[in-house]
Design a protein around this ligand. Structure first.
Ligand code: HEM
Length: 168
């Protein structure tokens, strides 16, 4: 049983590291180019679904106890997680209609109302994406103890002494 829990923790940690590395280039579209950005965006969305599946028991347990007494920290985590899911869904839902797969900005028909709709959608996409980024920072901060403890466990050669100040 303990062994099963350890391997699940390791899997959670590995998935989180991959997601953390994947999120960064999403905000550097001029460096990555639009097509890799789009592909990464979709893959990232699938990765997040996997991350949620790994924490599904927590989600179900907290949802069932939503109207009962619970620690404030748990309620904050729960709310932040929902806001993250909503903003990421918004980001992907507004990213898809402006994707190069569906819109050719060089096409003569790309003007007037079509062009305005495109830039309105881009504005929404950008807003959702930056709200999501802000929430990711809050999420990381709220889980900093687990992140530092688990990283130290699986990467013992990594010196994380400086980070211990953030866990007090
Ligand atoms: C998964 C989360 C995603 C994040 C965090 C994200 C983030 C961003 C950011 C920060 C920009 C720059 C916005 C600006 O210049 O104002 C951008 C642009 C763009 N995104 Fe995303 N994006 C995501 C997913 C997607 C997806 C799934 C697609 C499409 C399949 C997509 C398509 C685009 C396109 C086409 C642009 C450039 C539009 C242009 O320059 O005309 N994004 N995205």
């Amino acid at each position: 049983m303990k062994r099963k829990k350890t391997s699940l923790t390791r899997l959670n940690w590995l998935v989180d590291i991959v997601l953390l590395f994947a999120i960064t280039p999403l905000y550097f579209i001029s460096e990555t180019g639009r097509n890799p950005h789009q592909i990464l965006g979709v893959v990232f969305g699938i990765g997040i679904l996997y991350h949620i599946a790994l924490h599904w028991r927590w989600v179900v347990a907290i949802t069932k106890r939503l109207f009962k007494r619970q620690p404030r920290q748990t309620r904050i985590n729960y709310a932040v997680n929902w806001l993250m899911l909503l903003s990421l869904t918004g980001s992907i839902a507004t990213g898809l209609p402006i994707a190069t797969w569906f819109v050719d900005k060089g096409d003569p028909s790309f003007r007037g109302a079509v062009q305005r709709a495109y830039y309105d959608m881009l504005g929404l996409h950008s807003t959702f994406s930056y709200v999501f980024l802000g929430l990711v920072c809050i999420h990381l901060w709220l889980h900093r103890k687990w992140i530092i403890k688990t990283s130290q466990r699986y990467l013992p050669s990594l010196n994380l002494d400086f980070a211990k100040n953030f866990t007090k």
